[in-house]
Design a protein around this ligand. Structure first.
Ligand code: ADP
Ligand code: MG
Length: 615
């Protein structure tokens, strides 16, 4: 046998190893991902040769597998594949030089990474990550070429490496790491790392004789080969859930990017249970190897209810989380995925409205957030919103598009009314004119809705308008003999405006009230009631600056208003008190008085005054 042949590392490799050994401290465990990826690549290349005619292959019957063995006594971890192996020339080429040009740039990057080991795979030098944890790395390898011989490559990762022939090797490559970090010779530790990063590698991985990656990477299979149970099992594994998902989407895209994805919507929102924001749980893979778990930036925040996997071959392998976040590529993936998910949810809504309502009850608040925050997708998300309305029954919901389809001729806008429930909405003075006209009104029970619709502003070219702000007039009744004349109404309005100067900004005779004596109309303003409600819901204090004063509208046809006008000429003080009560009532009805108990005091005084007259 000849003596081992000594080789020097190429200068860049020597520098790289210096950094790998001395300054990369975080996430050292990724060396396992890198070596298993290399093993899987080698197996895949052999598989390709087998499927291409005319290739003579050494040990053609040997199955393609990846074996990992830990030895706590010897302080080693060994990774073996049965792939293409390497000849002596390939060993020198692949494990002694950086073949591609960008090596300088790489060194710069790795220096700047300040200890983040994940960068290492990005430039095709993943193999050297072995030296983060090992003093000595020994590679035994035998090429698939029938006439090749076996080789042993050894290095301490410092100055260079030695190569010598090795007898009786099986096809493929065996890498033995003599560990400095002995924790990686513990089986359970290595198992958890394999499960984390390499669970979906397409060859079976055995650890100390036991299979580790038992879950199949479903997204790489044909949809027709996958059963409902396969999906459910996969979801439970990847989504850490015990129940089946509500919705599932399995899709592949080739252009503009190669993307394979399986996405799930959980049946229940954990946010509704924990009352705190959850993290998206979509994991990013490149060719079945985990790049980032719960990858940030893959989806907009308002899609954080999604769970699943996205695999893109277009990603530079092992791109780091930091680089990932601001990459143009990620933005592109985000854009493709977001569009696809919006389309998917819309299809689900069309195909089963009842099921969709269930989904919406759980995750709708995220979509509402999207409408308020995401300009680019605002209208598409708005399509997915659902509301109760004056024309829906019970708990059933309508979309904005359905509402528009029902709009009668003459109606130009979409109207909404915030109220705690259907009864309150129907009893609101703001609703009267719409009931009289038989125009549909969305009933918003969730305080977010009003805020969201105000932000949305319009849908499909139709303005969204709060009923309280709608400029709609009704034909007055033909018989107005018992009503106030225009002159009387104007005088009363002026009287009340003086009396309530502190509380209202204007008083006028109303064109829109039917059964109610009076109503308030909220002025346009920065901090309006819906924003206050929204802030209160989010647990924030609304700013101290007083809410803008509302306008007070009186119904000149209503007997109470007619009565107040008469009373004021006999007992001005009492008339003012009655009118003040009407104003309070209107404020409560509009949701502008947060504690309705505050108005009870005056009501009792009024009753006291009225009762002696009865007797
Ligand atoms: P990359 O995998 O990105 O090319 P690595 O540093 O991980 O970079 O590996 C360098 C090269 O070494 C690989 O491209 C491959 O040619 C060779 N190599 C590494 N591990 C193996 C293996 N187990 N079997 C065959 N060749 C390997
Ligand atoms: Mg590699």
């Amino acid at each position: 046998m000849s003596k081992p042949e000594k080789h020097e590392f190429q200068a860049e490799i020597a520098q790289l190893l210096e950094i790998v050994i001395h300054s990369l401290y975080t996430e050292k465990e990724i060396f396992i991902r890198e070596l298993i990826s290399n093993a899987a690549d080698a197996n895949e290349k052999l598989q390709f040769l087998q499927q291409t005619a005319g290739n003579d292959i050494f040990e053609p019957e040997r199955p393609l597998s990846i074996r990992v063995v830990t030895d706590e006594d010897a302080k080693t971890v060994t990774i073996t594949d049965s792939g293409i192996g390497m000849t002596q020339a390939e060993l020198v080429e692949n494990l002694g030089t950086i073949a591609h040009s960008g090596s300088k740039a790489f060194l710069e990057q790795i220096k700047q990474a300040k200890g983040d080991a994940r960068l290492i795979g990005q430039f095709g030098v993943g193999f050297y990550s072995a030296f983060m944890v090992a003093d000595t790395v020994t590679v035994y390898t035998r090429s698939y070429r029938p006439d090749a011989q076996g080789w042993k490559w050894t290095s301490d990762g410092k100055t260079g490496y030695e190569i010598e022939p090795a007898e009786d090797l099986e096809r493929g490559t065996k890498i033995v790491l003599h560990l400095r970090d002995t924790e990686y010779s513990e089986g359970y530790k290595v198992e958890s790392i394999i499960k984390r990063y390499s669970n979906f590698v397409s060859f079976s991985i055995e650890l100390n004789g036991n299979p580790v990656n038992t879950i199949q990477p479903l997204w790489t299979k044909n949809r027709s080969e996958i059963s409902e149970d396969d999906y459910t099992e996969f979801y439970k594994y990847i989504g850490h859930d015990t129940e089946a998902p509500e919705y599932r989407l399995h899709f592949n895209a080739d252009a503009p990017l190669s993307i394979k994805a399986i996405l799930f919507v959980p049946e229940r929102s954990t946010e509704l249970i924990t009352m705190s924001r959850q993290e998206g749980e979509v994991h990013l893979y490149c060719k079945r190897v985990l790049i980032t778990a719960k990858a940030k930036g893959l989806f907009p925040d308002w899609l954080r209810f999604l769970k699943g996997v996205v695999d893109s071959e277009d990603l530079p392998l092992n791109i780091s989380r930091e680089t990932m976040q601001d990459s143009a590529l990620l933005r592109k993936i985000n854009e493709v995925l977001t569009k696809r998910v919006l389309k998917w949810l819309d299809e689900e809504a069309q195909s089963d409205a009842v099921k969709y309502a269930k989904f919406f009850a759980q995750h709708g608040h995220c979509l509402k957030e999207g409408v308020a925050m995401d300009w680019a997708h605002r209208e598409a998300i708005a399509k997915l919103l659902r509301f109760k309305s004056s024309l829906t029954e019970g708990e059933s919901l309508t979309s904005l598009a359905e509402y528009i389809a029902r709009m009668p001729e003459g109606q130009k806008e979409i109207y909404f009314l915030h109220a705690p429930d259907r009864e309150a909405a129907e009893a609101s003075p703001d609703f009267e004119v719409f009931r009289a006209k038989n125009w549909e009104v969305l009933f918003l029970e969730d305080p977010r809705d009003e805020f969201v619709l105000e932000h949305l502003h319009s849908f499909d070219g139709k303005n969204l308008v709060a009923t309280g702000k709608a400029d709609i007039t009704l034909e007055r009744p033909v018989d107005r003999s018992k009503s106030l004349t225009e002159e009387q109404a104007k005088e009363l309005a002026e009287f009340l405006k003086k009396a309530f100067a502190e509380r209202v900004s204007d008083v006028r005779s109303s064109q829109r009230l039917v059964g109610s004596p009076a109503a308030v109309r909220e002025p346009e303003g920065a901090m309006n009631a819906s924003m206050r409600r929204m802030m209160k819901m989010m647990g924030q204090e609304a700013p101290e600056t007083a809410a803008p004063k509302p306008d007070f509208e009186i119904n000149p046809d209503h007997p109470v208003i007619v009565g107040v006008e008469r009373l004021r000429h006999k007992d001005e003080a009492l008339a003012t008190q009655v009118a003040a009560q009407l104003l309070d009532n209107a404020m409560v009805a509009a949701g502008l008085i947060e504690d309705p108990r505050a108005v009870l005091g005056r009501l009792n005084l009024l009753l006291e005054k009225l009762l002696p007259n009865v007797g």
